[in-house]
Design a protein around this ligand. Sequence first.
Ligand code: HEC
Length: 203
Amino acid sequence: MRRVALPLLSALTLSACASSELADDRATMAAEAQARSEILADRFQKELLGALTTAMAAEGPQGAVGVCSSIAPALAAQLSEESGASVRRTALRTRNPAAQADATERRVMASWVAAPLDDNGRPKRWTAREGGEYRYMRAIPTMPMCLACHGENIAPEVTAAIRAHYPEDQATGFAPGQLRGAFSIRWDDAALSRAIRNGDAAR
Ligand code: HEC
């Protein structure tokens, strides 16, 4: 799929932008954005879950709060820098105020609250081209291991550790299976074209 991106792209730049070519190119770019976003969300999920599991085992949830608060933003920054996309997590009720959703993210997550998983039991996905960007979102459901820090009965010392970092925390009271938030990835045209030109380096 990514092999055909280059010729289509050059056809677009060199031609008079016939509308069918533009449509073809948009479809190819959209597929590229989606495939690359899938990989970025997979990596974000896997690496964060790994770090969180290790920290929970070593330090318990109270100590792991500090790990999560430093690792999660660092991972988002690293994946953004490597890919050229904007990679982050967001939520309807946030812990980190910087994760607050924009109007699109809010609308998409609102549509997932009743059922974060699709018919195959996979977190729901959403893609669109909007505001000159290719956008991708993937639902993040609450798992049992999340409850120590996002559930209904959080230990007082964990609450204290969370409050110390996040005085405006709203991300508690969740039950397993509920929508906790979403990965949100955005590509502008230049970043996506660059990633395609660089081949697999960004993957
Ligand atoms: C050890 C405590 C802890 C555990 C366990 C934990 N989280 Fe978090 N979570 C945090 C902290 C701290 C933040 C804020 C991180 C930051 O600043 O980006 C956070 C932020 C988030 C965010 C970003 C949006 C927001 O509200 O700021 C999502 C989404 C999220 N967590 C999902 C999960 C999921 C899903 C699990 C279970 C797989 C989980 N968390 C387990 C502590 C935890």
